[in-house]
Design a protein around this ligand. Structure first.
Ligand SMILES: Nc1ncnc2c1ncn2[C@@H]1O[C@H](COP(=O)(O)OP(=O)(O)OP(=O)(O)O)[C@@H](O)[C@H]1O
Length: 286
């Protein structure tokens, strides 16, 4: 485990902003920390980085308490905008960051390549699009080859093209074996790039699982004629307009049953709940 938390809690006054969160991030995975605005994602991440002290509970990052020099050296993070100088080029900004962090300047070129900014590295930061600025932030987080990369809402404020670029970047990093913890309030994003997801709602971790498992059981959609007869024949089916939903996965035996009873089968396919439906169910955020 790269990150584990045990009943991690942060109270401001009498309000628990993060409430007994126990999560775990495995080496090599992209972990999506998903929740509506204000759910407690940033506060949790700040605790993992040692920027906020927990009221109760504990966390381990790379086997160490958060915020120790040993752990921090091995973690790269992008939370809020990193401080970049508007009149310096992207490359020079990274050189400044590298120098501050004691990372060899030669590494700057490698991270520029990784985030696909090598071609624009000579341009001044202030001329960058928001998406490029964000990618430069990821580049800065990658300096020093961190074992864990923590990105807090990396696509916030980006246009669709910028978001797609950021998703591609995260996927490319994952393909190289980089462990990534990324927070988001966007389901589609998490669904597309993450291996596992922790869902946080009002400070509580309400689910932690793979995207597949979160969606839950497969339901079969069956289009058959006459539909009422099919409904009677298939146990556990429910009628939705002109189709049946059946909570079972053995399509073969289902089709045989219907055909033997002279019911025409027009279509049988898995009907998967979107993560969005699951998410709304769990967080009541609809
Ligand atoms: N220092 C603080 N004092 C009091 N309340 C705070 C403090 N920091 C955060 N909060 C509150 O805690 C709640 C959770 O905030 P947090 O930033 O962790 O949520 P989030 O899930 O990251 O949301 P967002 O996506 O909007 O950043 C919010 O209601 C916020 O107002």
């Amino acid at each position: 485990m790269i990150v584990t938390t045990e009943k991690l809690t942060k109270r401001y006054g009498d309000r628990a902003v993060v409430d007994g969160v126990s999560l775990s991030v495995r080496r090599g995975e992209v972990y999506g920390f998903l929740g509506p605005n204000g759910a407690g994602k940033t506060t949790t991440i700040r605790m993992l980085l040692g920027l906020v002290r927990p009221t109760a509970g504990s966390a381990r990052v790379l086997g160490e308490p958060p915020g120790t020099p040993g752990a921090l050296r091995r973690v790269g993070s992008l939370i809020e905008g990193p401080g970049f100088y508007p009149y310096l080029s992207g490359r020079d900004n990274l050189r400044v960051h590298a120098a501050r962090r004691g990372v060899a300047g030669t590494h700057v070129e490698a991270v520029l390549e990784q985030v696909d900014l090598a071609g624009a590295a000579h341009e001044k930061f202030r001329r960058y699009s928001l998406g490029m600025k964000q990618r430069l932030g990821v580049a800065a987080a990658l300096l020093g080859r961190p074992e864990l990369l923590i990105l807090d809402e990396p696509t916030n404020g980006l246009d669709p093209a910028g978001m797609a670029d950021m998703r591609d970047l995260v996927r490319a990093l994952a393909a190289r074996g980089q462990t990534v913890l990324l927070s988001s309030h966007l389901l589609g994003e998490v669904e597309e790039v993450c291996d596992r997801v922790g869902v946080i709602s009002r400070g509580r971790l309400v689910a932690e699982n793979t995207v597949e498992q979160l969606r839950g059981d497969t339901v079969l959609l069956v289009r058959a004629d006459p539909i009422e007869k099919a409904h009677v024949l298939i146990e556990g089916s429910s009628v939705h307009g002109d189709v049946l939903h059946v909570r079972q996965t053995d399509a073969g035996s289902l089709v045989r049953t219907l055909v033997r009873a002279d019911v025409d089968v027009r279509e049988v396919r898995p009907l998967r709940r979107t993560l969005e439906e699951v998410f709304f169910e769990m967080t009541g955020a609809a």
